[in-house]
Design a protein around this ligand. Structure first.
Ligand SMILES: [Zn+2]
Ligand SMILES: [Zn+2]
Length: 391
């Protein structure tokens, strides 16, 4: 079955994407976006329900029994002031769709159009998951806890994420680890203050903090398998009063990232040991707080290989296997529960100026990529719900 997205649907998807782009909303505030999604689903006669405040779960049942595919799109924007220069730029000060979630939502609605038209020929069911708050605090887990994967019971799930590394017309379907865990850490270093001219009468928190930053570089450089992937980034450092005062306190914060759960656990324990050891050497107290964020995303290996071949056979979409990134995605929670695929959608085009990475104020996508994304989503829904790809 050839799946092609033609006019007028391609124009409708672009229109939906631009409407969402103009009105960016942050996590769990996606009221206008959710209302737009619901209106479009209503116009197609697709049943839907609210899940996790601004999340929506919709169902498209085929004419014959089969399995259940799920497709997930995130809907939230970022607190960034847009400088992309597009004519449909954000109308909301300080907020922007700089990660492409506007396009994700529009493409999932595009897939809803195609699948609802094909209903009489379809087997099984497709669940459409419109998720809030991917950029934080995380909408995937609350949606799962409220039953997004249970009614009906989902057999496999896929998502698209725009990717400015890949050219338009290409999707990335890589087996195994594709994105990293992201854990936050906060370190408070406390000494005792004093006069800058009499350091021996105080305990200076600044050299202790500096030594902690340098010692932490050892975690990745000397203690982690070079073939594993790990990041320890100290993102902020603040403390002190003025040039001639010894600082009694310095606060550090950062992020720990890994592809593998065991490496993830080791990063935290090494951080705690090193910070504790350096603090004791410098006679300061250090308190460490680690807040666990999203787990790593692992694409189901069998599903990735089979679906990559399936897309190549049935469409003109080019399939690549791009390397993993150290970004994070709360799709991880879905992929922990059912076989999942994080599919990257190429949106890079020098002609369209789509070369800036996600989260940049200049980020923009080449909209010509969206029909390829819709085709890929529809193919996944058909492959799983019909049982053509078995797991
Ligand atoms: Zn993002
Ligand atoms: Zn994103």
């Amino acid at each position: 079955m050839a799946i092609e997205v033609k006019e007028p649907l391609a124009a409708r998807i672009t229109e939906l994407r631009r409407t969402i782009h103009r009105r960016p909303e942050l996590g769990f505030e996606e009221h206008e976006t959710a209302a737009l999604v619901e209106r479009e689903l209503d116009s197609l006669g697709i049943a839907h329900r609210r899940v996790a405040k601004t999340g929506i779960v919709a169902r498209i049942a085929g004419a014959a029994p089969g399995r259940v595919a799920a497709l997930r799109a995130d809907m939230d924007a970022l607190p960034i002031a847009e400088r992309s220069g597009v004519s449909f730029s954000s109308e909301v000060d300080g907020k922007m769709h700089a990660c492409g979630h506007d396009a994700h939502t529009a493409m999932l609605l595009g897939a809803a159009h195609v699948l609802s038209r094909m209903r009489p020929d379809l087997r099984g069911e497709t669940v459409l998951i419109f998720q809030p708050a991917e950029e934080g605090p995380g909408g995937a887990l609350p949606m799962i806890e409220e039953g997004a994967l249970d009614d009906p019971k989902v057999d496999a799930i896929a998502m698209l994420h725009v990717d400015s590394r890949l050219d338009v017309g290409t999707v990335g379907i890589s087996p195994g680890g594709v994105s990293a865990s992201a854990d936050e850490f906060y370190i408070d270093v406390r000494g005792s203050g004093g006069h800058g001219g009499y350091p021996h009468t105080a305990v200076d928190a600044i050299p202790a903090a500096a030594a902690i930053v340098l010692a932490l570089q050892n975690v990745v450089a000397r203690e982690t398998d070079p073939l594993a992937s790990a990041v320890v980034t100290v993102g902020t450092i603040e403390g002190g009063y003025r040039n001639n005062v010894i600082a009694d306190e310095v606060r550090l914060s950062g992020t720990l990232r890994a592809h593998d759960s065991a490496v993830r656990d080791e990063l935290e324990s090494r951080l705690r040991r090193i910070v504790g050891g350096v603090a004791s050497a410098y006679k300061v107290d250090a308190t460490i707080r680690v807040i666990r964020g999203y787990p790593p995303v692992r694409n189901d290996t069998t599903l990735a290989r089979r679906f990559g071949a399936y897309v190549r056979e049935r469409s003109s979409v080019r399939v690549e296997e791009p390397p993993a990134t150290m970004g994070a995605e709360d799709f991880a929670y879905f992929a922990q529960r059912v076989p999942g695929l994080l599919v990257r959608l190429g949106v890079r085009s020098d002609a369209a100026g789509s070369t800036h990475p996600g989260h940049s104020p200049q980020f923009c996508i080449d909209e010509a990529a969206m029909p390829f994304g819709v085709t890929t989503l529809v193919l996944f829904a058909i492959a799983i719900s019909s049982g053509e790809i078995s797991l």
